[in-house]
Write a protein that binds this ligand. Structure first.
Ligand SMILES: NC(=O)c1ccc[n+]([C@@H]2O[C@H](COP(=O)([O-])OP(=O)(O)OC[C@H]3O[C@@H](n4cnc5c(N)ncnc54)[C@H](O)[C@@H]3O)[C@@H](O)[C@H]2O)c1
Length: 356
């Protein structure tokens, strides 16, 4: 099997590279470190690429920009055909997109089209997995009746208990420019499945995280929260009283989901994929858990203005994915995830401190 992973130095991409490498699969990764351009030095992914090179045996990195459609075709011609394509390269921030609308759309929407078309021309039988996002629903999930609890918002109706399904509407709501560019890519990916019969799948991620996250304020909630706490800095909470709920999935479980899809692919499919109710927490609840783990108090300030189009309570309903892939289940709990993030940040910060 030969796989192509885009965004291979990022959180999800690097997890998938390692996962496939451990199974002795040949993986070509492409990443141009644009995360550093988007988020500055704190978003730099070179450390992750370096680490990947050290721990893998069957991985080859190519510095290709997914906006360069001719470069992609050259790559497919020289390295392909591929059996599996996992598309993780992106401008991933909801908030950043407004200040860089062209970059956001060219990477997220046009880059995805470039990749789909290169796949159709040069690897038409490949299983194609696109990392989409729950932001394709815009802020429509906020219309569900909610109840305010002590430390979190929750759904008011029992029928919503398991969270948001793929039936949630995708238009007529505020998406942020990021949500709109990802939705364009999501619909295009579905279309290459329905129109051309290709094996395309969209995974609409909730909060996907893990120790390899280069968390920054604008992207990577738990990773950034832990880093801020360990550095003794102040975390800024934007709106909703800090009770906004996110569901968190470890990147390893995303890799396992991709493996399940590869083993039993379908056409033009869409799945919500996040931590579900079991792995959900509000920001305040995340503070409590991280304080328990590190023994340090979380210092935070409250900004009484929510992020544009931010979800108040988002829990992914995993029923559809589980019904198509019953052998898959989540293997990492929220505590596992937090423990790994804390351990890795402790190590990274100690290494940085000895270097400086
Ligand atoms: N992490 C999450 O919480 C989350 C949630 C929902 C969806 N997703 C989606 O999953 C995917 C992966 O997210 P992530 O958290 O790993 O992001 P990430 O920023 O860690 O990784 C993305 C990688 O893509 C690379 N990249 C950006 N532009 C590129 C370009 N033009 N050409 C080549 N490489 C480029 C970046 O350098 C980075 O290494 C994204 O599509 C994101 O929208 C992530």
């Amino acid at each position: 099997m030969k796989a192509l992973v885009t965004g291979s130095s990022g959180l999800i991409g690097s997890e998938i590279v390692r996962f496939l490498d451990r199974r002795a699969e040949c993986v070509v990764g492409i990443d141009n470190n644009m995360r550093a351009d988007f988020f500055g030095p704190e978003g730099d992914t070179q450390w992750n690429l370096q680490r990947l090179r050290e721990v893998t045996r069957y991985f080859r990195h190519c510095d290709v920009d997914i906006r360069d459609r001719h470069g992609l075709v050259r790559l497919f011609t020289s390295e392909g055909p591929f059996d599996l394509i996992v598309h993780c390269a992106a401008q991933p921030s909801h908030d950043l997109a407004a200040s860089r609308p062209f970059d956001d759309f060219e990477v997220n929407a046009v880059g995805t089209l470039n990749l789909l078309e290169a796949t159709r021309q040069h690897s038409a039988d490949a299983v194609f997995v696109f990392m989409s996002t729950n932001k394709v629903y815009g802020d429509a999930p906020n219309e569900l009746p909610l109840k305010e609890l002590d430390r979190r918002w929750d759904y008011a109706r029992a029928a919503d208990y398991d969270g948001i399904t793929e039936q949630m509407r995708i238009d007529g709501s505020k998406h942020s420019l990021f949500g709109a560019s990802k939705l364009a890519a999501d619909v295009m990916t579905q279309e290459y499945g329905r129109y051309f019969g290709m094996k395309t799948h969209c995974l609409r991620g909730g909060c996907l995280t893990g120790p390899q996250h280069a968390g920054v304020e604008l992207h990577g909630f738990l990773s950034f929260l832990v880093r801020t706490q360990l550095l003794g800095k102040t975390y800024r909470v934007f709106g909703y009283k800090g009770k906004q709920v996110r569901d968190n999935m470890h990147s390893y479980d995303v890799a396992r989901a991709v493996e399940a899809i590869y083993q039993n692919p379908r056409c033009g499919e869409v799945y919500n994929l996040g931590g579900g109710r079991k792995n959900s927490c509000s920001i305040l609840e995340a503070f409590d858990r991280v304080e328990e783990l590190t023994g340090k108090k979380m210092d935070y300030e409250y900004v009484d203005r929510n992020r544009e189009g931010d979800h108040i309570c988002y829990i992914s309903n995993l029923t559809r994915f589980k019904s198509h892939y019953p052998q898959w289940d989540m293997s990492k709990s929220l505590d596992d995830i937090l423990r790994e993030i804390v351990d890795t940040w402790n190590l990274r910060l100690a290494t940085e401190a000895t270097r400086s």
